[in-house]
Design a protein around this ligand. Sequence first.
Ligand SMILES: Cc1cc2nc3c(=O)[nH]c(=O)nc-3n(C[C@H](O)[C@H](O)[C@H](O)COP(=O)(O)OP(=O)(O)OC[C@H]3O[C@@H](n4cnc5c(N)ncnc54)[C@H](O)[C@@H]3O)c2cc1C
Ligand SMILES: *[C@@H]1O[C@H](CO)[C@@H](O)[C@H](O)[C@H]1NC(C)=O
Ligand SMILES: *[C@@H]1O[C@H](CO)[C@@H](O)[C@H](O)[C@H]1NC(C)=O
Ligand SMILES: *[C@@H]1O[C@H](CO)[C@@H](O)[C@H](O)[C@H]1NC(C)=O
Length: 509
Amino acid sequence: MFLKQNTSNIVLLLCCCMLSLPLSLSAIPIPVHGHFTFDGNEFAARDFGNQLHSLPWAVLHPKKVSDVAATIKHVWQMGPAAAPTVAARGHGHSLLGQAQAPQGIVINMESLRGEMQVINGKSPYVDASAGELWINVLQHCLKHGLAPKSWTDYLHLTVGGTLSNAGISGQAFRHGPQISNVHQLEVITGKGEVVVCSQDKNADLFHSVLGGLGQFGIITRARISLEPAPKMVKWIRVLYSDFSTFARDQERLISAEKTFDYIEGLVIVNRTGLVNNWRSSFNPEDPDQANQFVSDGRTLFCLELTKNFNPGEEADIDKEIKSLLSELSYIPSTMFVTETSYVEFLDRVHTAELMLRSKGLWDLPHPWLNLLVPRSKIHTFADGVFGNILTDTNNGPVLIYPVNKSKWDNRTSFVTPDEDVFYLVAFLPHAAESDELQHLVNQNRRILNFCDSAQLGVKQYLPHYKTQEEWRAHFGPRWEIFAQRKSAYDPLAILAPGQRIFQKSISIL
Ligand SMILES: Cc1cc2nc3c(=O)[nH]c(=O)nc-3n(C[C@H](O)[C@H](O)[C@H](O)COP(=O)(O)OP(=O)(O)OC[C@H]3O[C@@H](n4cnc5c(N)ncnc54)[C@H](O)[C@@H]3O)c2cc1C
Ligand SMILES: *[C@@H]1O[C@H](CO)[C@@H](O)[C@H](O)[C@H]1NC(C)=O
Ligand SMILES: *[C@@H]1O[C@H](CO)[C@@H](O)[C@H](O)[C@H]1NC(C)=O
Ligand SMILES: *[C@@H]1O[C@H](CO)[C@@H](O)[C@H](O)[C@H]1NC(C)=O
């Protein structure tokens, strides 16, 4: 393939097919306002997982949505033999090459950031570019006193990247994941068509791309549901030594009418200094008291909660929190509280990131494992894994919290376990040395094998499978729909090759 830049912004994309050497060239002009790069594209071969690295052939830095549409349309018209693969790259925080396009074209979505528009009213929303980081969406909406409802724990991720997965955090029990909080999308399909879609308009495409792993189109804009933003949060952690008591309290809290605004949990196995968890900036008012709890050789469970408030409401909020906490059965004397601004709370992992970066502990391999475990099996899971397969949590946090499936829309591409309530269990380690990486990869394998042999009905979140057989098993009865949607919206299987779900029929140079 060759690409030439002529005098204007017209780029010639010339592609030859390896199978038909000597070169058979097709040349069609692609008018773009942005530009392509062919060198210095190493960034597009990297991701947060830092384990797989494939260089693309070219990177498109679009300036306008029409740049993306023109490029994909051109690729589509090249036909099955010659078309290169194309991957949207958000912030590249995938774990195993999902946003990479080996020898294909990566579209750097962040260069498409632009105007955000907030519309106030009965159901307020923001229209944002899919290449926008959630932290910027938040900052912009706060100027209008508003904020999105559902989050991820970390905000330096793009709108398009999380909507292609789900976007799950401690607000999902109430609002559902981020994919349940979108009114409308603008999508460019694998044929290069620009389509605006919603529940009412082109609904099948809308549901396809939500949780669609980038398989059906490139999201270029999203209309995200908003609510009035609180100014402050009370941030609370309490400890348990018994898993059943911990899980019972979590489940009670997510189903209660009056409850907290954010509910998560952490598993702490065999470690010291447990309140100083690397993944957040939680700083209790009394750190000395907190740090006298050690978990050497044992397992503790930490329930993490927040309650939003505004200045002037403090006395009422304290009373409400006291009453909510009085229903719980945590270890008395293990209640830690802090107070922070809403932004600081939401951006808590970034605070930890800066600290880790300063110690050289951020750009390391991240062999993460995210599981969705049905409620009826969570005790079997906990018995088998925490303190058994998992003997310490010194390399990074392990999160665990339940959500109610009624907040998830089963028409999207996302697959959940077959139960009303399921737990997100996230193992989020980093590996400083290569034997550590091998150990963690083996540990993940053992956890997955345990889930399989005990038939827990677990689904992976953000999975990486190597074969279509495994993807079929992942989707189960939803596979047929997923495959049908692929042939409708990306029939050449151009998009997001790094997910390794569909193979382009003919390999290209
Ligand atoms: C520190 C950290 C914390 C995290 N915390 C959470 C969490 O709390 N909850 C949670 O749910 N997830 C969490 N994640 C996972 C995160 O949501 C996903 O990794 C997400 O894909 C990252 O977004 P990104 O913009 O970096 O996407 P990328 O890695 O760039 O892309 C992800 C996939 O989506 C595709 N894609 C990207 N943009 C588009 C688009 N505009 N249109 C179509 N397809 C697109 C890519 O091709 C790729 O296949 C976390 C990740 C990290 C690194
Ligand atoms: C889940 O939500 C549904 C619908 O709101 C509700 O009927 C059910 O009781 C909830 N389940 C639990 C365990 O909270
Ligand atoms: C606790 O961790 C240490 C070192 O990390 C390990 O040697 C020990 O076996 C662990 N204890 C238990 C009970 O898992
Ligand atoms: C989705 O859920 C609805 C309501 O619970 C149910 O009637 C429908 O059959 C489900 N659809 C799919 C595709 O599972």
